[in-house]
Design a protein around this ligand. Structure first.
Ligand SMILES: NC(=O)c1ccc[n+]([C@@H]2O[C@H](COP(=O)([O-])OP(=O)(O)OC[C@H]3O[C@@H](n4cnc5c(N)ncnc54)[C@H](O)[C@@H]3O)[C@@H](O)[C@H]2O)c1
Length: 272
């Protein structure tokens, strides 16, 4: 029996990269997973993969910045699987620029996707995380629930060219600790995981020209900068999406039942 048997999870941005790896691992451990992504096709593909392996998953595509999405995600979990135990706020991207050239739109977009979306989803989950716990406690039961917010070392160390992203990810740390303090007595663990350099589309070579938001946002890191960055990692290499997802898996597992308000660095030693 998997360690997440009978648990129901929502993972945002799980059509690709770290979120996808986390979804596959969690499903393998028995969790039923709601797969969300901005892009429908990769979300459906992850659902297919999970089902083909005998797991349970359903897709709910849409941008986490859409105010209607949090309720929709929670409803999808409840209607399909009857409960909600795990929430992973992972969806995100970067929209880099130096401060003196950064637009208000660039700044706000990062706060919207990394912080406001996470706040709204946690709020939408309250009836099934906080209120459900009240009833369970009245019946003498303790059911642990888990929220994991995906941060970055940009939010703990800062990063030139990412004032918007760094500020948003740092704010997510504050949100994490506030939720941990407020919902701890309802048996909700709220933690964050701060990644360093993980090999995904987000950190691919910028020269490949990959974009988001209809071509307006260029993603990736310039080749020379990538190589210089790798030199600064004590473990001497970038992490894989699976290595990143194991950090999330720990924080949604019973092995972390007495861990809350923590920022777990999965960064090869970058920020120590
Ligand atoms: N890759 C890294 O080195 C690294 C480092 C630190 C933090 N992170 C964080 O990890 C998380 C996952 O990133 P990744 O590296 O797997 O990138 P990725 O691009 O491979 O995957 C991110 C997924 O999120 C989706 N997404 C983006 N905006 C969305 C939105 N508004 N609504 C719903 N889905 C959306 C994308 O479509 C994509 O499928 C992000 O929050 C990112 O900031 C990544």
């Amino acid at each position: 029996m998997g360690m997440l048997e009978g648990r129901v999870a929502i993972i945002t941005g799980s059509g690709r990269g770290i979120g996808r790896a986390a979804a596959l691992l969690m499903a393998r451990e028995g969790a039923a997973v709601v797969i969300n992504d901005l892009d429908e096709e990769p979300a459906q593909e992850v659902v297919r993969q999970i089902r083909d392996a005998g797991g349970k998953a359903v897709a709910c595509a849409g941008s986490v910045t859409d105010p209607a999405i949090p309720e929709k995600l929670v409803r999808t979990a409840i209607e399909n699987f009857g409960a909600l135990h795990i929430l992973v706020n992972n969806a995100g991207y970067t929209w880099d620029g130096v401060i003196h050239k950064m637009t208000d739109e660039q700044w706000q977009a990062m706060l919207d996707v990394h912080v406001t979306a996470a706040f709204r989803l946690i709020r939408a989950a309250a009836p099934y995380m906080r209120d459900a716990a009240r009833e369970e406690m009245a019946a003498g039961k303790r059911v642990m629930r888990k929220i994991v917010n995906v941060m970055s070392v940009a939010g703990t160390m800062g990063n030139a060219g990412q004032a918007n992203y760094a500020a948003a990810k740092a704010a997510l740390g504050g949100l994490t600790k506030a939720v941990a303090r407020e919902w701890g007595r309802f048996n909700v663990n709220c933690n964050a995981v701060a990644f360093g350099f993980i090999e995904t589309r987000l950190t691919d070579e910028k020269e490949k020209g990959q974009t988001l938001m209809g071509g307006r946002v260029a993603i990736g890191i310039p080749k020379a900068q990538r190589e210089a960055f790798l030199q600064t990692i004590p473990l001497g290499r970038a992490g894989t999406p699976e290595e990143a997802a194991y950090g999330i898996l720990f924080l949604v597992s019973p092995w972390s039942d007495y861990v809350t308000g923590h920022i777990l660095h999965v960064d090869g030693g970058l920020d120590m």
